[in-house]
Design a binder for this molecule. Sequence first.
Ligand code: SF4
Length: 219
Amino acid sequence: MRFNILDAVNYLKVKLSMADKLSINEMAKQLVSIGFECMRCGECCRARSGDNTVILFPDEIRLIMDTHGMTPDDVCEHSIPQFIDDSGILHCFEWVLKRHSSGDCIFIQADNNCMLYQQRPWICSTYPFFLGFTNGGAKPDIIVSECKGVGRPMNEEDAIKLAELLKGRLLAEITEEIRLLENLEGFEDWEPARFYSSKGCKGYTIAVHDSSGMTYITD
Ligand code: SF4
């Protein structure tokens, strides 16, 4: 069965309204009971601890570029293509923060400080937490990734700040997805592409779709 964009957008709008109703105080209480303190170990930024992919939205890319005088190519790369069209163009739907060939984020420094600290993407400023619609639930739940700072005491003020960031991130993610789908054209004629890494696309033209439209890249 073909993916129906209109249905997907309508479903995302329902999720958006659920996310909008989230109570910051309730989430903050939950966060205090889980507990967290960043240990500044830098593990979440490095490849040795597992998946450190940081997905970026267009306004996050612009903020980093403007603040640090960088080009798009300095900051990000395309994600793994999901589809190929009948002209042989690959299509993907995410920008990913640049990493060294080692897999470590290019912004992590030897002392574990982040060069982007004030402009950190949503994913970084909310790690190890995120909000997800698990088990078809009517409201998003707080999900916790592996991190040695989890379980450490957290004060109410920090928990409220984190709850606000988590809610902001979820609203931004859903809004990005809705806008991306609303901009998508020609999708019905694409076929699934079999790529397992973004490095295997040499020689292809890649169309990266996001909420601001489409950008062509030649790898
Ligand atoms: S941007 Fe900063 S916090 Fe995010 S992965 Fe890179 S070094 Fe870590």
